[in-house]
Structure formats: C-alpha cells, structure tokens
Design a protein. Sequence first.
Length: 277
Amino acid sequence: MRNKPYLAAFCMILLVAALGSGCGKQQTIPEEETGFAGQSGEQAAGEEAKQSAADEGPEQEAQSTEEEQAEEAQDAEQTEKMQDTAEDPEMWLTDEELPDNIPNSLVEEQAGKTAFSSYEELIGYLEKGQGYAYVTLEGYEGQALLVADQTYEFEGSMAAMAASVYLEQNGTVRFSSAVGGQGTAYPIRWENGVVYTAGGHEVCSYFISEETQAVMVKDSVMESIDDDGTASYIGFLREKNDFNHDEAIDTDSDEIFRDKMKEYDDAPVVSFTVAED
C-alpha cells in the first residue's frame, strides 16, 4: 500500500487554520450575540448547546441514534472485511492498476507529478538539503537515479540512509522503489552494480529484475535474537536477477550474515550531490 504523505501537510493546514481562528483560546462573546449576560464564550456556548438540544426534542435524538447505529454497523462491516483479508492474503490481489497520480516520494509531491521527461527535470524539483546520485545497476542499461529527502556528512561524503530509485524507460522517468538502512550509521553504499543497505540486525542488496526491469532485492539476511539471547538468521540470496535461483536462509550460524555485512562495509558510500536552493 502506498503512503500519502501529503495528508500530513493537509492536517497541518487544518491545525494552523484552527489556531488562527482562535481555537483553544477563551473568548468573551458580546451579550447581544449570546443572550447570556456576564458569561465567557465557553459558558455561553454550553448554554446555547443545552437550549438547542431542548428545542430539537425527541425527534432529533431519535435521528441521531439511527445515524450512530448506521455508523456502527458500517464500522463492523469494514472490520470484518479487514479480518477476512488478513486471513486470506489473496484477497489483496486485484487486476486493477493503482492510480498513477499518487506521489511515491517527497520530490513527486513537490513537483505535483509522478512522471518526468528526464532525470534533469526531476532534479530541478529538489529543494535545499535534498540530494541525488547516479549509479549503475546490474540488469539495467544506463544509469539509475537515487533521490534522497535528507543528506548528511559521513566520512567526508554527503550520504543518505534512505533514497528513492528512479529509472528511465521508454523516454519517461518514474519511481521504481525505495531503499534504506536503519540510522545514520548505515548509509547507502554501492559497488559493482549493486546497492547496499544495512542496520544493526539486517543487511540487504539490490539490483534490477531481468523480467520486470524494476528494482528487486538481491540478498536479504536478518538476525533475530530470542529471549535467551540465542541468535538465528533468515532470509534469501540471489546470484542472478531472476526469481528462479533463490537460496533460502534459515540457520543458527552467523557466517552468511557476517559475510554480507562485510560486503556492505567494503562497498563505498554513495556520495550525493546536495541541492542548494
């Protein structure tokens, strides 16, 4: 499911509007407007609400009760559907395509569009502090573009711990995937056509699917520690950029995890060019 980060901005606008209108502040309403002398705005509003409820009478109360019952029934139906979906993951599958106008990243929100004519056009929408970097990826001809919402200095480079991957196909640049690690101690790295991300208990790498021409996970290894402090490791490895040569991992040995973390540590940090305006 795709996120809709623009909702946060919308909520902030509502909050600012509420504060600007005096919401949360006690106000004194003139007597001629309230009909209740010597009362504050809150007191007057309370008296008005009581009077209004008395005027509406039993008929309005019955209508409100019916509306509440209808809403409760609708909520119960939606909850039941969500439970059925959780029990049967295939219910998520659909032949309908997701709308292509929903932003996948911050730069798309800023641009007001999800498709670009070139990498240069996309880069032109970046704002101060955001960054971009070109990399080559196994399975893809040409360069891919990494776009980071935030950048920071790491060992002499401007690094990012998360980025959106954009690819150009048939003359159009579109979002392919998001990649990222866990914290600033684990910046995005790249070497030999592979992007690497990591965290304290996981390491991942990425290249381009031969079949779909989209970003796919190459290797993924996760460390899990139980209540007794015993570590176990799960995940998979892919030597080729297809779905026919997966090697599943489920072991108590940390050998593969250490090997993949070493690959991550040995790869150079991706250096991002930071937008100044």
